[in-house]
Design a protein around this ligand. Structure first.
Ligand SMILES: [Zn+2]
Length: 519
């Protein structure tokens, strides 16, 4: 945006100002921060013989700022090519009259204004003037000023090696006094375990989340773990000891006339500030690189080994008619939108009912998005840690009983072998052996009957099924469903692994009810 440059032999003055009303927030520290940042900036630009003006002023008027007055008369005398400040607002505060006067002096002498975010403001340039603090409404100006101060504080913090807020990654806690992220040892141990699981044991993020939930280890916020949380955590290079400012940028979008903000990685290296942090690293650079490599490979999967079948849609073979229970077909509609549609029930079987005629087709993406959302919810409940409840206690005693019966059977079988051995060694005679054999086979039969009864218990089945489902749902493929990284036919393969059938029906309110039967 700003094409102007300024050579390193320019004559430069620096102006630093804090107002007394900022006193409550450590004025000395703030001054030091500004001094430090401007010094870094001056060094970067290679300016020499820089003149420094610094003051703690009360109020915005020129009269209340003696150092500024001195600077301004120097500017008027044409002493400088440029004046550097933390931000333009350091110069443009005050009433209309003062601001007009300052602007005119800079304009008349052609003195440029430099700001630490690398802006060069030329008041003879109409565009610069338009975007400068000298125009616009005062209220907006004031608002922007507050935001800028906030941002300036964050930049300084990053340059000083501290993250710019009190929220720190899992494994650390924020120490207000030292302004450093201090290691929380038990969390750091968990992180270590996660890195090993990921890199050494090759577990997926989903499997790691599952393991952590099984071990009843709470997440940062005290809840349960998700694959996304694990994946984001493993990729966070804060753990390697770096801090950032503007690592992410916010993008504004309009979706159905609603403003939507999305946070994205800032890919403009010019605006990202990265610095070595003061905190203890928990992941080595090498490990971090390995983690990123594996995640990249997961993404690259997209282009290699694709299983692409023609005429297979994402929901092929999954949607069933609520009336005859037969499968509904899908087709690509030719035309402008080129959308995929689920067709109404057209099966001409003996099972066909009159209601089948009343079924309606539906847009495939509509059903797909709804299904995806439901899958997400289902996964959440599947991986939620089981609360200690009465049900759970009953479940535990049930599995204890099952184990006891299994042990009794095992013991009786071993005894069986022993009886044979005793007979061979003439310790017992034939009758005794027969009697013992009978006794133990009765024990086995009794226990097996009990076991069958217990295993038929619904709770036991539910829990066992849940366990199997958890295994199924923690695969990399399921993660790809949520990351939209699959072709239509691949998506169909994974969905068929998780879902038996989807039934949709239009309800009286004009909406659609969707029922999913999971495997
Ligand atoms: Zn039907």
């Amino acid at each position: 945006m700003n094409q102007k440059t300024i050579s390193s032999d320019a004559r430069v003055a620096v102006y630093i100002r804090r107002s007394r009303d900022e006193d409550g927030i450590g004025i000395e520290e703030l001054l030091k921060n500004h001094r430090q940042r401007l010094q870094v900036f001056m060094n970067e630009k290679g300016f020499e013989g820089v003149e420094w003006f610094e003051e703690v002023a009360s109020g915005g008027s020129i009269d209340g700022r003696p150092e500024f007055k001195r600077l301004l008369s120097n500017v008027q005398a044409g002493h400088y090519d440029a004046v550097a400040v933390i931000h333009e607002d350091r110069l443009t505060r005050g009433d209309e009259e003062d601001r007009g006067k300052i602007k005119n002096i800079f304009k008349a002498t052609g003195t440029l204004l430099l700001t630490v975010d690398n802006r060069i403001i030329d008041y003879n340039n109409p565009t610069d003037l338009l975007t400068s603090g000298f125009t616009g409404l005062m209220s907006e100006y004031e608002k922007a000023q507050i935001l800028r101060r906030f941002r300036d504080g964050k930049i300084t913090a990053v340059q000083n090696g501290t993250p710019h807020s009190g929220t720190t990654a899992y494994g650390y806690t924020w120490d207000k006094n030292t302004k450093t992220a201090e290691v929380v040892q038990h969390e750091a141990d968990v992180l270590r375990m996660m890195v090993d699981w990921y890199l050494k044991d090759g577990l997926s993020a989903g499997q790691i989340a599952l393991k952590l939930n099984d071990l009843k280890i709470p997440s940062k916020r005290g809840g349960f773990w998700h694959s996304e949380v694990v994946s984001t955590m493993l990729q966070n290079d804060f753990y390697t000891g770096v801090v950032y400012y503007r690592k992410y940028k916010t993008e504004v979008d309009f979706v159905n006339d609603v403003v939507k903000y999305t946070s994205k990685l800032n890919d403009d290296p010019e605006t990202v500030i990265k610095a070595r942090g003061n905190h203890t690293p928990l992941i080595t650079d090498y490990e971090h690189a390995e983690i990123i490599k594996r995640i990249e490979e997961l993404r690259k999967y997209k282009s290699k080994d694709r299983r692409v079948r023609k005429n297979t849609y994402r929901l092929s073979g999954l949607i069933y008619c609520p009336h005859c229970g037969l499968c509904q077909g899908l087709m690509r509609r030719k035309g402008m939108a080129n959308r995929t549609h689920v067709r109404k029930c057209l099966k001409k079987s003996t099972r066909r009912t009159p209601e089948c005629d009343d079924t309606r087709g539906i847009r495939e993406d509509y059903v797909f998005e709804a299904v995806k959302m439901r899958l997400q919810q289902y996964r959440d409940t599947l991986f939620a840690p089981t609360e200690p409840s009465d049900d759970n206690a009953a479940m535990n005693s049930l599995s204890r009983m099952i184990k006891a019966h299994e042990a009794a059977i095992e013991k009786a079988r071993k005894h069986f072998d022993k009886i044979k051995e005793m007979f061979m060694n003439d310790i017992i005679d034939m009758d005794e052996m027969k009697e013992e054999k009978q006794r133990h086979s009765d024990i086995i039969k009794r226990n097996e009957a009990e076991l069958t009864k217990l295993r038929m218990n619904k709770d036991f089945h539910d829990e066992e099924r849940k366990e199997q489902q958890r295994k199924l749902w923690s695969s990399d493929d399921v993660e790809r469903v949520f990351n939209n990284e699959l072709s239509d036919s691949e998506m169909n393969d994974v969905l068929r692994l998780l879902i038996v059938r989807i039934v949709y029906q239009f309800n009286d309110e004009g909406g659609v009810d969707i029922e999913i039967t999971y495997r």
